[in-house]
Design a protein around this ligand. Structure first.
Ligand SMILES: CC(=O)SCCNC(=O)CCNC(=O)[C@H](O)C(C)(C)COP(=O)(O)OP(=O)(O)OC[C@H]1O[C@@H](n2cnc3c(N)ncnc32)[C@H](O)[C@@H]1OP(=O)(O)O
Length: 419
């Protein structure tokens, strides 16, 4: 067991009690140097899975925190797997660099393993923190800040859809059904747990900063009114410089057809009195890159998104599909979860077929740590690129190219919302 210095006592994370939530969350706010609105705090309290929330105590004071959500995550091939969504991690500034986080991660990954979840995922406040615990950076995202005057999206030919403004809450059930149908199609997407639609709709007046309320525009089939897509966004207009200067903030664009997608982006880029359209997170292969007249005017910025940790390597590798036939032995090193260390024989006949993955004593073709495997798992970060960075070693000529092609996927992974 790790220990705090003498005056602090032993470092034993324990599961939170519901009545302790306020003090626990206060500690998190102090750790993050932030103070949330009462509405946001209430939302996170309602969504907290108390039985998966851990705290380290110094006397009666929580000094370290870590939580998890019971998510389901889409992986290459369309399976949507149980995954622990690691969240609400923080240690009070007075108690840092003494191993509190490491003790929390130890307990949490043991709990995740015991529950039988083969994956844990997170987004990092600082990407340097989690590699030591076996998390690899598996997906990226594009933020865009579109100069509306210079970038256009044409209306879809034949006008296959009709746009209709709808009450965001009133239309939520239909929109969530459409979202759910999209989840298996893109690795990295999270099935929305019951209650999580409130994150998508969260819009308290206290957090609007003078902007108009959240809007929802539906794209419906012109013939039979089937819902084909929707966009949630808000507008803020400023008259400060002698004329209108508005910003459209896009929260979500979900579309089941190319026509719906084009119609929604055309709408968002044509809103009067605005000059900038901002979207904080799009997939790196978002069709918008091809729809827009001048992609340079997207002023896109790449940033890290989802980190993936394979908690049970064999189960995780069996549970996804592979883009090309693969028959390889991987020598995996996992210091933090040693049950994964060893050689694994991965075998799959291509994307149409389930994979097999079992421990083996055969000679290895590739050597890598669980972190690189996590980075490659969703198909968005190639093993070849990681080998070029010196992180993956090819032990049999040709194995790297074959493995890299098999672990890739035609659709880039993307995390649709934070947690
Ligand atoms: C999923 C999420 O919720 S992400 C949010 C993470 N939380 C925050 O960023 C809030 C502000 N920061 C904090 O609360 C703390 O500094 C934490 C949680 C990041 C680290 O907690 P600590 O208890 O200080 O970490 P701990 O002492 O266990 O350190 C373990 C290792 O991580 C390293 N480390 C700790 N913080 C960082 C960091 N921000 N960047 C890089 N390395 C770090 C330590 O140096 C140590 O390295 P070592 O094993 O080589 O000695």
């Amino acid at each position: 067991m790790t220990h705090l210095p003498q005056e602090h006592g032993p470092l034993e994370p324990r599961v939170l009690q519901a009545a302790e939530w306020d003090g626990w969350y206060d500690a998190l706010e102090t750790a993050f140097g932030s103070a949330e609105s009462p509405e946001r705090r209430a939302m996170w309290q309602a969504l907290t899975e108390v039985d998966r929330s851990l705290a380290v105590w110094d006397g009666d004071r929580p000094v370290g925190a870590a939580g998890a959500f019971s998510f389901r995550l889409a992986v290459p091939g369309g399976a949507v797997l149980p995954a622990a969504g690691v969240t609400m991690v923080g240690v009070l500034p007075t108690h840092r660099r003494r191993g509190v986080l490491t003790a929390l991660m130890r307990r949490q990954l043991d709990d995740v393993h015991e529950r039988g979840e083969s994956l844990a995922v997170l987004t990092a406040s600082e990407p340097g923190i989690y590699g030591r615990y076996g998390y690899g950076l598996a997906s990226w995202q594009l933020g865009v800040r579109i100069d509306r005057a210079r970038a256009r999206v044409a209306r879809p030919a034949g006008e296959p859809v009709r746009l209709r403004l709808a009450d965001p809450a009133g239309s939520a059930a239909d929109c969530e059904r459409l979202y759910a149908a999209q989840v298996p199609l893109r690795p990295g997407m999270l099935a929305r747990r019951p209650g999580w639609e409130r994150v998508a709709l969260f819009d308290p007046p206290s957090e609007r900063g003078g902007r108009a309320p959240l809007q929802c525009v539906l794209a419906e089939d012109r013939a039979d009114a089937t819902l084909l897509g929707y966009a949630r966004y808000s507008v803020g207009i400023s008259w400060e410089h002698g004329g209108p200067g508005g910003e459209v903030r896009v929260r979500e664009v979900t579309a089941a057809t190319p026509g719906a997608r084009a119609a929604l982006w055309n709408y968002l880029l044509e809103l009067d009195l605005t000059d900038t359209v901002v979207a904080a997170s799009l997939p790196v292969d978002d069709p918008l890159l091809h729809l827009v007249s001048d992609p340079r005017r997207l002023r896109s910025q790449l940033s890290d998104a989802l980190f993936v940790r394979l908690v049970e390597v064999g189960d995780a590798l069996r549970s996804r599909r592979y883009a090309a036939p693969v028959d390889l032995v991987l020598a995996v090193e996992d210091e933090f979860c040693p049950w994964n260390t060893g050689r694994w024989h991965l075998h799959a006949a291509g994307p149409e077929h389930p994979a097999a993955c079992e421990p083996t004593e055969d000679a290895a073709d590739l050597a890598l740590s669980v972190r690189e495997l996590g980075a490659a798992y969703l198909g968005g970060c190639t093993l070849a690129a990681q080998a070029a960075a010196g992180l993956v070693r090819e032990l049999r000529p040709g194995a790297l190219a074959r493995a890299s092609a098999a672990f890739g996927w035609p659709v880039a992974p993307w995390l649709p919302h934070g947690f």
